[in-house]
Ligand binder design. Structure first.
Ligand code: BYC
Length: 332
């Protein structure tokens, strides 16, 4: 049904594991949570830092395409809702950076790696948001895909990541609903509004399918991450679930999924659908998507512009520490 998963580089069979690694794998297999100070294989730690760090970066960069619409939201109510959603994304980024920090990496190091291109963020945020209907499509499809991926991650083996996911998923569900509500309003509106909704769906459909990552046959990390329960499902499994969930929602809106090959497959109990353009995906994650440069420039500028504020906080912390030390000496 799905493409065969490839063996991840350096993945060990049980016989090749040290006794410590075997005991760790047994804990994961029993469904125990791994906590920050406990022993873990170096590869497990590195994989988590990569995935949680990239997830955090996605939340932060993900604010940009929507933040762009706050000043142009059509009503005060829509403006307040969008503002709250974008603030939620900032909060998600912070929970996730904190979860990554429990693995011995600092937020500054992760930020530096994002800015130098050594770490990625979700491909989806390299596409432009051209009309108000795009806010609907982003909430409906992008947050919808994010939830499909993140609900199983609530059961991931690393404690701090799984707990962050529980909180994040609650908020993501509201995000998806607000996106669908915008799409409903537009789809029930004037012919021009309905056309805008259809155009947004046309542009965001395939990039949303790409969010789940390459096909299982091309996914280099899946086999090891699934064995360690860092990931719970394969990329293709989640993509299929997303399509099956989303097609009836599009039908309810009276909009068409831009895929001539889309049809229900009784035998597999799911839809057959066209794959996204994978060469476009690999170009986008290499940094050559429509908005990669714009997004990174905006992040680097925000970081540089905030330098004076971080320096002020460090100076204040240093002064406070001096004062505390002086008070302790005086009391002795
Ligand atoms: N974009 O072996 P694979 C959100 C990279 S947004 C960019 O399958 P893995 C939000 C992958 O990193 C969603 N890069 O990797 C919603 C790897 O390269 P590296 C953020 C991608 O890690 C609304 C290479 O391709 N969610 O939440 O097993 C508003 C090979 O792939 C992508 C998460 O991050 C992509 N789409 O599986 C605001 C969820 N796909 O690292 C925010 C947590 C793959 O070796 N992450 N790559 O250089 C995951 O579940 C997994 O990391 C992925 C990829 C399914 C994304």
């Amino acid at each position: 049904m799905y493409a065969q998963m490839v063996k991840s580089e350096g993945m060990k069979s049980r016989d090749e594991m040290t006794p410590e690694e075997q005991a760790f794998q047994d804990r994961v297999d029993r469904g125990e949570k791994i906590e920050p100070k406990e022993w873990m294989p170096e590869g497990y730690r590195k994989t988590l830092i990569r995935q949680i760090g990239q997830h955090a970066h996605s939340e932060i960069v993900g604010q940009l395409p929507e933040g762009n619409w706050i000043t142009r939201a059509p009503t005060l109510e829509r403006k307040a809702i969008l503002l709250a959603k974008v603030q939620d994304e900032a909060g998600h980024g912070l929970y996730l950076y904190s979860a990554a920090e429990t693995l011995g990496v600092s937020r500054d190091e992760l930020t530096e790696k994002l800015h130098s291109g050594a770490m990625k963020y979700s491909s989806i945020f390299n596409y432009p948001t051209l009309t108000w209907a795009d806010m609907g499509a982003v909430g409906w499809l992008v947050d919808g895909a994010a939830i499909m991926n993140q609900v199983p991650l609530q059961r991931t083996s690393y404690g701090p990541y799984s707990r962050a996911m529980i909180r994040i998923c609650k908020e993501e569900s509201f995000h998806q609903r607000q996106g669908y509500a915008i799409m409903m309003k537009m789809a029930e509106g004037t012919p021009a509004q309905k056309e805008m909704a259809q155009d947004a769906l046309n542009r965001f459909w395939y990039p949303s399918l790409m969010m789940f990552g390459p096909s299982d046959a091309e996914s280099v990390h899946s086999a090891q991450s699934i064995a360690w329960k860092i990931k719970i499902n394969t990329n293709d499994e989640l993509r299929q679930k997303f399509v099956d969930q989303t097609v009836p929602q599009a039908e309810y809106l009276g909009l068409s999924i831009p895929d001539d090959n889309l049809r229900w497959n009784e035998e597999k109990g799911g839809y057959d659908f066209s794959e996204p353009n994978w060469s476009e995906f690999f170009e986008v994650i290499k940094g050559n998507g429509p908005c990669n440069r714009e997004r990174m420039n905006a992040r680097v500028k925000a970081w540089d512009d905030g330098a004076w504020f971080r320096e002020g906080l460090y100076a204040h912390a240093e002064k406070a520490a001096h004062r505390r030390a002086a008070a302790t000496t005086a009391a002795e």
